[in-house]
Design a protein around this ligand. Structure first.
Ligand code: ATP
Ligand code: MG
Length: 571
């Protein structure tokens, strides 16, 4: 454009008297036209036409300079330098620009050769070669090299773009193929992605849901039917704290007001809190929950119904074995004793199944009373002592036996806790029973320790121990360690699961520390209450007429062996 303006200006100046630059009118008109079109291209042309327009302008400029040269003395024209410059830039328009420059120059040569307006002399050819052909070669070298580099860059860019679009396509295919609902939410809480499964589940089309606030699409309520507030919403929590959340107890209200039970996993996007987005993955578990409920109901009814006749069989077998009520020979006694043991085992199994089904459907509600844990555990340990002795094991009860004294008296610590007696009995019986069961030789030690706020019951043994890879699964339903040590020992794998659920129902927790081959320590911890609080509660319970003295057992649990059926049913 600058060149065009210069030429147009030169024409005006050239028209002035005294100017030695002679610009003919056609050239000046072409230059003016070129200046105007360049200006239009520069100011208004859309990006996609820019290259074509620039090429057009360039041709106009070429024609201008060509006219200038031909009208002012051909190869001896003072404008030949301009033409050389122009030719060098011809390579900017790739081979097309070069070809046009080449054709124009050689056409001039052929024209001169054929029609002889300028004789093609030796000087003419030298000037022709230096001034007209060489710049084309130079242009080719400069721009071809640059073009190759640009081409490489463009190719690399295209390859990257292709790769990215392939990745995007693949992710979209995967997300769309997932049977679970997937919704991506940005930091503002707006929906940015919703897969077909989510659209089907929620009743919202992609078109309607995109860019909407997630609260109007994912309407969630808790297990008791209360709609989740902004603060309690798992999605809001994830956006705020950048931590994943899983919840299997939510209800979703669909667009058509249908209620579905939902399993929801929300994961944050980004590394720091607050998260830059959240991905919610969810599925309808209404039928799963219903199946689970029916299964639990079946087990519960079946165990309940079968337990009664089994208790009767156990009772009659007991009578048959009692010399005061029946006279049987030794052979029959041996058979009946085996039958009695098996029936007892069956009775325990039904009881366990009943407890499990209660734990599953939320009917495991504790009836807390004040318990002196040390006294209670002493009774439990005493009750199981015969079983330990029968296996040749030493069963120790540790509290107060570690030498702590107050003058001539041994100090026994006192820990009160507010727990369901039946639940605590079940837990401690299971733990001590396991310790005896899984110890071949050595001893089992029961201890009660604690601090101001907690009390810990621990059962230590010198038994077979637990392989580290099994430890995290021990408290799951029906989990049994299957190795050469345990294969011979019978069991259902329900004891520790029940212990965990009962401990949790009483605000406690249970854990294990073990060295495989050396022994294990199972511990269960409950919140402790002060002596004053215990006394006050006992008064309220009207279970004691006087305020209990520290050190004296408040509740006197019966030995485990003597528990009545009605108590175990109360679980
Ligand atoms: P049951 O339901 O009759 O109690 P169980 O004893 O097999 O059957 P859990 O009490 O739940 O079931 O124990 C689960 C598993 O944990 C056991 O099978 C056993 O392998 C392992 N286990 C439990 N207590 C101990 C222990 N004190 N020492 C070593 N292994 C143990
Ligand atoms: Mg057990």
């Amino acid at each position: 454009m600058i060149l065009s303006i210069f030429l147009a200006g030169t024409m005006i100046l050239g028209g002035q008297p005294g100017s030695n630059l002679l610009v003919p009118l056609p050239a000046a008109l072409l230059a003016g036209l070129s200046a105007v079109t360049s200006l239009i291209a520069y100011m208004w042309a859309p990006q996609k036409y820019l290259h074509a327009l620039a090429f057009g302008n360039y041709l106009l400029l070429g024609a201008t300079v060509g006219v200038l040269i031909s009208l002012t003395g051909e190869v001896y024209s003072p404008y030949l330098v301009l033409w050389m410059l122009l030719t060098i830039f011809a390579g900017l328009f790739n081979t097309m620009g070069l070809a046009i420059a080449f054709i124009a120059v050689n056409a001039a040569l052929i024209y001169n050769f054929l029609f002889d307006p300028l004789p093609v002399t030796r000087d003419y050819l030298i000037i022709f070669l230096l001034a007209l052909e060489t710049p084309i070669a130079v242009s080719y070298i400069i721009w071809h090299e640059k073009g190759a580099q640009d081409k490489n860059k463009t190719q690399a860019f295209d390859a990257l773009a292709k790769q990215l679009s392939q990745v995007a396509n693949k992710s979209e295919i995967v997300i769309n193929a997932i049977a679970d609902g997937v919704v991506a939410i940005d930091s503002e809480g707006q929906i940015q992605l919703i897969n077909p499964a989510a659209q089907k589940l929620l009743g919202w089309s992609k078109h309607d849901a995109l860019n909407l606030d997630y609260r109007s699409v994912l309407k969630l309520s808790d297990a008791s039917g209360h709609e989740l507030t902004n603060e309690s919403s798992p999605i809001q929590q994830v956006l705020l704290f950048n931590k994943p959340i899983t919840n299997n107890n939510l209800t979703l209200t669909t667009r058509s007001n249908k209620k579905l039970l939902l399993s929801l996993v929300v994961s944050p996007v980004g590394d720091v809190a607050p998260a830059s987005g959240a991905i919610a993955v969810f599925r309808d578990i209404t039928s799963e929950k219903e199946e689970e409920r029916q299964k639990a109901e079946f087990i519960s009814t079946a165990s309940h119904e079968m337990r009664t006749p089994v208790a009767a069989i156990e009772g009659y077998l007991g009578l048959a074995l009692n010399p005061n009520t029946a006279a049987i020979d030794d052979k029959a006694r041996a058979y009946l004793m085996k039958a009695h043991e098996s029936t007892q085992h069956l009775g325990r199994l039904f009881q366990d199944l009943l407890t499990v089904s209660r734990a599953e459907d939320g009917r495991l509600i504790p009836k807390p009373t004040v318990i002196d844990i040390v006294a209670f555990m002493r009774e439990i340990t005493d009750g199981l002592a015969p079983k330990a002795q029968g296996k040749g094991l030493f069963l120790y009860f540790k509290p107060g036996s570690d030498g702590a004294t107050d003058g001539p008296h041994t100090v026994t610590p006192v820990f009160y806790s507010l727990l369901d007696q039946g639940h605590l009995r079940e837990i401690s019986n299971n733990l001590v029973d396991n310790a005896i069961k899984y110890t071949k030789q050595g001893n089992v030690t029961v201890d009660v320790t604690g601090d101001d706020s907690n009390v810990v019951i621990s059962v230590n043994d010198t038994g077979i121990g637990i392989p580290p890879e099994d430890a995290p699964h021990l408290f799951q339903k029906f989990y049994r360690i299957d190795n050469s040590d345990t294969r011979e020992i019978g069991g259902t794998g329900l004891g520790l699961f029940i212990c965990r659920r009962l401990a949790e129902a009483n605000n406690g927790k249970i854990w294990v520390e073990s060295t495989y081959g050396k022994g294990s320590t199972f511990s269960v911890q409950f919140p402790r209450i002060t002596h004053e609080k215990a006394a006050e509660l006992l008064k309220g319970e009207q279970q004691a007429s006087t305020v209990p003295q520290p050190g004296l057992p408040i509740q006197q649990p019966k030995p485990a062996a003597l528990q009545s059926t009605s108590e175990s049913q109360a679980l």
